[in-house]
Design a protein around this ligand. Structure first.
Ligand SMILES: C[S@@+](CC[C@H](N)C(=O)[O-])C[C@H]1O[C@@H](n2cnc3c(N)ncnc32)[C@H](O)[C@@H]1O
Length: 270
């Protein structure tokens, strides 16, 4: 597992306050929740999870851990699932509750939620489990508690791809750079699988995703191309299919299952 750092104006903030302030500012800059649902079916995360979600009954209870602007919560709520979107950013959750009263948005911390044990048939969380320096286990353990036996977990975190491995070995020591604080963990596929297994889940599949995002970042950081240039966007579309995910993908997604209760699934006479 590899640590990413970020320049912070207030390095003394407690980690949870820092994460809340940081994301509240990001979402404010993006104009707050707007219910942009049309892009969701085109996202890699959706392509991976859709076949599993299709097997759940209508009304199944689903958790969106770290829902951000709430698009995924709204999307699945409109598909007939009973979805709870939970986020640390109180301001964003208040805006979501005001704009979309038909959906369930809760402010809170995915490491210690107020949901009863075994509440959810499925739990998904994109780009959240990696945000705390003590590691992923607090998030994994709480997910294990609130997911029903036999229930599904979908998690994405930043991939520690080969590009990061090479750049990381060339980077200046952190002690030489002031004003930096921990931002997130990056994990390999094997590391993400191990984190979920330590927490009690059975891992079904682990895949690199968001290759185009990874190419865009490389074009920007290594080649100085600006994100908004058409050239950068065009190159990312052309190059992404040609480069292996392990080299360039931005994120890694895991699908896992909480083992079913043996008693629940034992057939007659067993
Ligand atoms: C990278 S964004 C992802 C947002 C959303 N999942 C998406 O894919 O659009 C991370 C989000 O997780 C939230 N977050 C970070 N740590 C959290 C925690 N411990 N509990 C709840 N939310 C958290 C942040 O406030 C932010 O909205």
């Amino acid at each position: 597992m590899r640590k990413d750092y970020i320049a912070a104006a207030e390095p003394a903030d407690h980690e949870t306050e820092f994460v809340e302030k940081y994301w509240t500012a990001v979402w404010e800059q993006e104009g707050g929740p707007q219910g942009q649902l049309d892009r969701i079916p085109h996202r890699d995360e959706y392509r991976v999870m859709a076949p599993y979600m299709a097997q759940l009954p209508k009304g199944a209870r689903v958790m969106d851990g770290g829902c951000g602007l709430g698009d995924w919560t709204l999307y699945f709520a409109r598909q007939g699932f009973s979805v709870a979107g939970l986020d640390l950013s109180r301001q964003t959750v208040e805006q979501l509750q005001a704009r979309f009263p038909e959906a369930e948005f809760v402010d809170g911390d995915i490491r210690r939620t107020s949901f009863p044990d075994a509440s959810f048939d499925a739990y998904f969380s994109w780009g959240v489990f990696e945000h705390f320096e003590s590691g992923l286990q607090d998030c994994v353990h709480e997910a294990f508690r609130v997911v029903k036996p036999g229930g599904l977990l979908f998690v994405s975190v930043p991939l520690d791809n080969l590009r990061h491995a090479v750049l990381g070995s060339l980077a200046r020591p952190r002690s030489a750079v002031s004003n930096l604080r921990f931002y997130q963990w990056r994990l390999t596929r094997a590391e993400l699988a191990r984190e979920l297994e330590i927490g009690g889940f059975e891992v079904i599949e682990v895949l690199p995703i968001n290759k185009r995002q990874g190419v865009l970042r490389s074009l920007h950081h290594e080649f100085g191309l600006r994100y908004e240039w058409l050239l950068t966007k065009g190159l990312s579309v052309l190059l992404a299919p040609l480069i292996p995910g392990s080299l360039i993908a931005h994120m890694v997604i895991a699908v896992a299952r909480k083992p079913p209760n043996k008693a629940q699934h034992a057939g007659p006479g067993q």
